[in-house]
Design a protein around this ligand. Structure first.
Ligand SMILES: [Zn+2]
Length: 133
């Protein structure tokens, strides 16, 4: 993967391996545009932290697949015992499976690329609606 920084003296391209902990500026910008709002279901606060859904200590890389945008409160709460965020690989919009300390499971899916700019509901089944950011 690579990061492109546009500068007055010309573009700079930097290659990274995913082993570093901080999200490079280009990747952080991508996460903010992809996720738009905090990825915790029903939060919808502005993104303030670029987070490893799967902690680096557990093998998470600094990548678009593992990264997610969270608000500060959700990022700090996620560090408490019992929370688990697991990126779900596969086609379609970026998805994170979330398990709470009480064992409840939720799925957070990034909004459609050209979807609504504000939180809205999307019908996922005849009798089910999902809040999308
Ligand atoms: Zn949040």
């Amino acid at each position: 993967m690579f990061d492109i920084a546009l500068r007055a003296d010309g573009p700079r391209v930097r290659v990274w391996t995913g082993a570093q902990r901080l999200f490079p500026r280009g990747l952080a910008t991508f996460l903010r545009h992809r996720d738009r709002w905090c990825r915790t279901p029903w939060c919808n606060a502005p993104i303030r932290h670029h987070d490893h859904a799967l902690a680096a200590a557990d093998g998470g890389t600094t990548s678009a697949e593992v990264g997610q945008g969270l608000c500060e409160a959700c990022n700090y709460a996620k560090q408490a015992s019992g929370w688990r965020h697991q990126p779900r690989p596969g086609p379609g919009n970026h998805t994170i499976d979330i398990t709470t300390p009480t064992g409840h499971r939720h799925r957070s899916t990034a909004p459609p690329l050209l979807g609504p700019r504000h939180p809205a509901y999307q019908q996922v089944a005849p009798d089910r609606w999902m809040l999308i950011a």
